[in-house]
Ligand binder design. Sequence first.
Ligand SMILES: [Zn+2]
Length: 264
Amino acid sequence: MLTENKYKKQICDIGKRIYDKGFVAANDGNISIRVSENEFLITPTGVSKGFMTPDMILKVDGQGNVLDGDYRPTSEMKMHLLVYQERPDIQAVVHVHPPFATAFAIAGISLDQAILPESVVYLGTIPIAEYGTPSTQEVPDAVKKFVHHHKGVLLENHGALTWGKDLEHAYYLMESLEFTAKISWIAKQLNGDRELSKEHVQTLIDMKTKMGVQGVSPVGSVPPEGIHAMKMTPPLEQSLTEHDVNLIVEKVTKNVLDELKKLL
Ligand SMILES: [Zn+2]
């Protein structure tokens, strides 16, 4: 068990990592750790998470009352406390606005496809919690229904939230969540984000069960939609660039003119 000072330092270290990773802009994002059943360390509002020092970290109770600290706690504290209230096994919560995952949250696309084996096993599915005005009770209310069976959520038109057995775990889940969203987006630009088949997913779920990893897993696809569909050729309209189209138009025009000239 780390001492409170070490936990405060760990929050600052993870704050620097989320800032350096581009998971937050300006003073966005917040991090918390449970230090006893009803006591939590949490980041302050109005401070860049990349440049925090341990003295800035506050201690609050389960109702959000400040027990120790000179700063004001994050306005998004309610969703952190909701997670701790519902999940006594959780020791840390991370909330950030990572660009790819946040874009999915804006587009209304949850991360529930079986596209990467690691995501199937360790991350599971990441649903979208319905939009709530930041700092209000609407946000924890929206998160509540997903907190027991998932490792995190996308917050609609807002960002992402993960929770873990310690702070490093919660942070790594956030890295995986953003990485999955990024890869999914890139694959969509190429040949579509083809899913693993149901059979492949079942093998991964068996591994996951043996490893004791909890949480809802993606279902996987049934051919012909899955990776065995071998849709390796992109649709014609996607494979042609504007330059290709101009060349074709030029060539067809020339052929037509040549044919007309023969008639004259
Ligand atoms: Zn936020």
